[in-house]
Write a protein that binds this ligand. Structure first.
Ligand SMILES: [Zn+2]
Ligand SMILES: [Zn+2]
Length: 156
């Protein structure tokens, strides 16, 4: 039996699929997000949105709400940058894959960490990133989520 007609995933689809798997580790049920930093087709680090290390998960104790957003968690993109920093991994020039487009804070952090390309699975909420990406020479690309089944979201 041959498999030669199987459509082969592009690199962007491949890494976005992995970001979706990373998202399944998220602990804030308001939004499951996964992120990867990649260079030369190699994963440098991963991150998902979750609480401060050693603090309880939103999924266990509820959220810390502020202006209608949960501020208990560190976002997926931030955790990927943090993981690289903890391990001494250079991320300059990397691509960030993230299942939901970066919030304004994460976008600023990615821009200053030297990330040159951001692939997001779905638009999240901040339109400012498009204009600033253009101005700063960051390629911001929509890569539709490949459709891996994620755990059902409990009601917030
Ligand atoms: Zn939360
Ligand atoms: Zn963020």
């Amino acid at each position: 039996m041959t498999d030669s007609n199987r459509p082969r995933a592009s690199w962007d689809e491949y890494f976005m699929s992995i970001a979706q798997v990373v998202a399944t580790r998220s602990t804030c049920p308001r939004k499951y997000v996964g992120s990867l930093l990649v260079r030369d087709r190699t994963i440098l680090s991963t991150g998902y949105n979750g609480s401060i290390r050693g603090m309880p998960h939103c999924s266990d104790v509820g959220h810390m709400m502020e202006d209608n957003h949960c501020v208990a968690t560190i976002h997926a993109e931030a955790n990927a940058v943090i993981q690289a920093a903890k391990n001494g991994v250079i991320i300059d020039g990397a691509t960030n894959y993230v299942t939901a487009s970066p919030c304004w804070s994460c976008f600023k952090m990615l821009a200053n960490s030297g990330v040159k390309r951001i692939c997001y699975g779905e638009f999240y909420r901040d339109e400012r990133i498009f204009e600033v990406a253009t101005k700063t020479g960051i390629e911001l690309l929509h890569v539709p989520l490949p459709g891996i089944a994620l755990p059902a979201l409990p009601s917030p």
